[in-house]
Design a protein around this ligand. Structure first.
Ligand SMILES: *Cc1c(COP(=O)(O)O)cnc(C)c1O
Length: 453
């Protein structure tokens, strides 16, 4: 069986296999990789998932992409190693469920992709030889998930840049207590400064010998594992293949693209709701057909979604037959009518987010955090446009409330319990480097060979 190929959304470079797409991250023409064709799962195959543990569902979905590149027994081992935590589905009200993706080692949904990516990176690097340095700028969750996943993976060193004043204490400790091949650098600056330093390093010709790579959501390796939990939820909730509604709190749109991929593979999905905060470039585009990115991005309480130009929109546009380049310029309009039929998108203000967090707790005795509650409000906005009927609906909760103790305590009056995985990490001694928002200093730091010394 010849391996599946992946093509760039910019269409200027040849299609490549999974290993090449994975190790490259971004395509050479600055586009993003997408499968040339989507492998299909039959309704019978999907129905079987209802009886299987998460790691087995992951194996059966992902092997459709890895055939000819990763042997099945190796993939099965990867899935067992990556997914040793639960994926709870709670009932909110009749037919409406909450899927908590917050049970991984850093209590964020980003663990689902990061854990699998680390396994695959390790394998692919063994095959091609050499060392890779993964550079990540983080405003909190990504850095922790990537650092934990890649900790002690042979051939990989990780450097995480974070803004010293914009990261909570628990978020910081989840990154700075790991050591070995993981190095964290506190920057006296903003998240935008960290991101600019990382971006510049990627295009710096004096650093090419270091083999920099990225684990953020431009990498196709982030997207594929994020299709699995939609299959998992639907198989458990949908009676006789009834199409499911998903509401997803969205920033860079990597999580919601997982749902799009699942649907392209045959999962019956009625509506994908992309719920956003004040960064409303996508709901405006869906309504008007005119795309205007938001720059600089707007700050909000759901801070992991403060994204003015979601990088995965280029992929979404491509799925609907259009073309958007990496700057957000549309070269060919997608089928907007089809997009409006399949998708819904709503922007939720901070005031609504805070009020809803409190109201949700009092009404259902279920504690959410600022990202999950944006998904809940987006769902309510959609149900005001058409009745839910018999479709099951799944609201995605992307982080544990304990990661946002201040916000949660302000509205419900008490601090949420900290999950055991987080308590253990937070108790370890911290060690991190510190520098100004100065690219030359950062370049010297990379060249000095940190952190392998
Ligand atoms: C990253 C993140 C999101 C947004 O996910 P995207 O894939 O970027 O849309 C939502 N919630 C939390 C808690 C996150 O960390």
């Amino acid at each position: 069986m010849s391996p599946l190929l992946f093509r760039s959304t910019n269409g200027q470079t040849p299609a490549v296999n999974l290993r090449e797409a994975f190790l490259a991250g971004q395509a050479p023409d600055r586009g993003l990789y997408l499968p040339e064709q989507y492998p299909r799962l039959t309704p019978a195959e999907i129905a079987q998932f209802a009886e299987l543990p998460y790691r087995e569902v992951a194996f059966r979905v992902l092997r459709k992409f890895t055939e000819g590149v990763i042997p099945d027994d190796a993939l099965a081992t990867m899935c067992n190693t990556a997914y040793d935590f639960g994926v709870p589905l709670e009932v909110i009200q009749r037919g409406v469920y909450l899927m908590r993706l917050d049970q991984g080692p850093t209590a964020s949904f980003k663990d689902f992709a990061s854990q699998m990516m680390a396994q695959m990176f390790g394998r692919f690097l063994q095959e091609v030889g050499g060392q890779v340095t993964i550079l990540t700028a983080t405003s909190g969750d990504t850095g922790a998930a990537v650092a934990h996943a890649f900790h002690e993976v042979p051939g990989v060193r990780v450097i995480v840049l974070f803004p010293i004043a914009e990261v909570s204490e628990s978020q910081r400790k989840l990154m700075t207590t790991l050591q070995q091949n993981v190095r964290t650098v506190a920057i006296d600056g903003k998240f935008d400064d960290c991101q600019a330093m990382v971006k510049r390093a990627f295009t710096d010709p004096t650093l090419t010998h270091i083999h920099l790579s990225s684990a953020n959501s431009i990498n196709i390796g982030r997207l594929l594992p994020q299709s699995v939990y939609y299959f998992y939820a639907a198989s458990r909730l949908a009676q006789s293949g009834e199409p499911v509604v998903f509401s997803i709190p969205s920033g860079n749109f990597g999580d919601m693209m997982g749902a799009v991929v699942a649907r392209e593979m045959g999962l019956p999905v009625r509506k994908i709701i992309a719920s956003v905060n004040d960064n409303d470039s996508f709901p405006r585009y869906l309504a008007s057909g005119v795309y205007e990115k938001i720059s600089p991005s707007r700050n909000s309480v759901s801070n992991a979604m403060n994204v003015g130009h979601p990088s995965n929109l280029a992929r979404l546009v491509a799925v609907y037959g259009g073309q958007m380049d990496e700057t957000g310029k549309i070269h060919q309009q997608p089928d907007l009518a089809a997009m409006r039929r399949d998708l819904f998108s709503s922007s939720i203000t901070d005031a609504r987010t805070r009020a809803s967090l409190k109201e949700f707790w009092h009404k259902y005795q279920i504690l959410l955090e600022p990202h999950g509650v944006v998904a809940w409000q987006g769902f309510l906005d959609w149900t005001a446009t058409e009745p839910l009927g018999n479709s099951p609906a799944v609201i995605i909760e992307t982080a544990n409330p304990a990661k946002f103790p201040e916000e949660v305590e302000k509205v419900v009056g008490w601090a949420p319990d900290v999950p055991a995985a987080m308590t253990a990490a937070i108790a370890l001694p911290e060690d991190y480097d510190r520098m100004g928002a100065d690219y030359e200093q950062f370049r010297a730091y990379l060249l000095a060979g940190h952190p392998s010394s």
